[in-house]
Design a protein around this ligand. Structure first.
Ligand code: NAP
Length: 345
């Protein structure tokens, strides 16, 4: 059997595409990834966040009651439902989206697509563990993942003091009441650094230039926070530590005069941008110089291969918001539907 729509990825783009495709009776399949696999993070990057205050439609309120009635009871064992909070949490929001897609007949497969062949039609897709499948259309919604500095010492202390996700790891005991380092000068770095001031004794933001890239409101937040200090014109030369304690500090280099300074720290959080998850495409779809899938027409989700559409962060190096991802997921489903109708598929 040839599937009409296969959606790869299970973040806001993937599930929104699935909701629209399912309601259009296209019986979509979502490959939602597989815990422990290298690329696709099940439920996307929001699975790694805490509260999501800017997703329209979820003001603070008794969301716990709503979530318990909305999400399949068995599924509720997979994520914590918070009693006290200001907003919906990332895992809650993603499980709500997943449930909504399933309610309309989406089939979710907990597996990862490792390769695809777009050279002939129908397209073929190879999952990591299941049999090869065929599809008339594909929606790529595989998102992006965090970049690291690429230092050998950084690799050595990953998960032992080095992290790329403050909200996932910040509350761990090793980071409490100790100086912490955040690398980067964008919105993510400020967001992570501000969040980490809850736990660390002081948070140093290590930035390679003399100006932040972050938006003005985020910059103001950073400058107003007494526990947050920006170290300008500075880069991480080496992560310091040992086998017993993991990371114990960082060696920083001034980009002005190359001088080196050691800082004691309990953790280093890298917030220097993201890389789109496209390796399984093996160059078959056009990407930009940063590797993001390129839409061929303004405000259409068509990729360079007819019948293949892209939505969410994998095609967006600019907005990268849950709500924009969801919007483009909807667009991709509508574009796929039109493609199928036009060809009588
Ligand atoms: P970003 O805006 O690309 O910023 C990356 C930062 O990392 C930049 O300051 C960059 O320095 C620095 N950097 C990159 N490579 C580096 C390296 N090898 N060594 C040292 N520093 C390096 O990425 P982002 O902060 O993840 O944000 C991405 C997008 O998401 C943005 O559009 C942002 O507005 C959005 N976002 C929004 C929010 C929010 O509104 N709440 C939160 C998070 C993200 P340079 O400045 O020198 O290039």
């Amino acid at each position: 059997m040839t599937e009409r729509v296969v959606i790869i990825g299970s973040g806001p783009a993937g599930w929104s595409a699935a909701i629209y495709a399912a309601r259009a009776e296209l019986s979509p399949v979502v490959y939602e990834g597989n815990i422990g696999k290298p690329e696709l993070l099940p439920l996307g990057q929001l699975a790694l966040t805490t509260e999501v205050e800017n997703y329209a439609g979820f003001p603070a309120g008794d969301l716990a009651g709503f979530i318990r009635t909305a999400v399949d009871e068995k599924r509720q064992a997979y994520f914590p439902i918070e009693e006290e909070r200001h907003a919906v949490t990332g895992p809650e929001l993603m499980n709500l989206m997943r449930q909504q897609a399933l309610n309309f007949g989406t089939r979710a497969i907990t597996d990862e697509i490792v390769s695809i062949d777009l050279s002939k039609r129908p397209f073929t897709l190879k999952p990591e563990s299941g049999d090869q499948i065929e599809a008339h259309t594909i929606i790529i919604a595989t998102g992006a993942r965090a970049n690291y500095l690429g230092l050998e010492s950084e690799e050595r202390f990953k998960n032992r003091g080095v992290s790329a996700c403050a909200v996932c790891d910040g509350a761990l005991p090793r980071f409490r009441d100790r100086p912490l380092v955040v690398v980067g000068g964008g919105d993510s770095a400020v967001e992570e650094a501000s969040y980490l001031t809850k736990f660390g004794s002081v948070v140093y933001m290590v930035h390679r230039r003399d100006q932040l890239r972050a938006s003005r409101i985020m910059q103001e937040r950073a400058f107003e926070n007494e526990k947050l200090e920006v170290l300008w014109n500075t880069v991480v030369e080496e992560v310091l530590g040992d086998d017993e304690n993991g990371l114990t500090g960082v060696r920083l280099r001034s980009t002005k005069d190359d001088s080196l300074t050691d800082y004691e720290a309990g953790g280093m959080f890298v917030a220097i941008g993201h890389t789109p998850n496209t390796s399984f495409l093996d160059g078959q779809v056009a990407t930009n110089d940063k590797g993001y899938v390129v839409w061929q027409k303004s405000f259409r989700t068509n990729t360079s291969v007819e019948g293949v559409f892209a939505a969410g962060d994998v095609a967006d190096d600019h907005y990268r918001q849950a709500i924009t991802s969801a919007g483009t997921g909807c667009m991709a489903a509508l574009d796929a539907e039109h493609y199928l109708v036009e060809r009588g598929l």
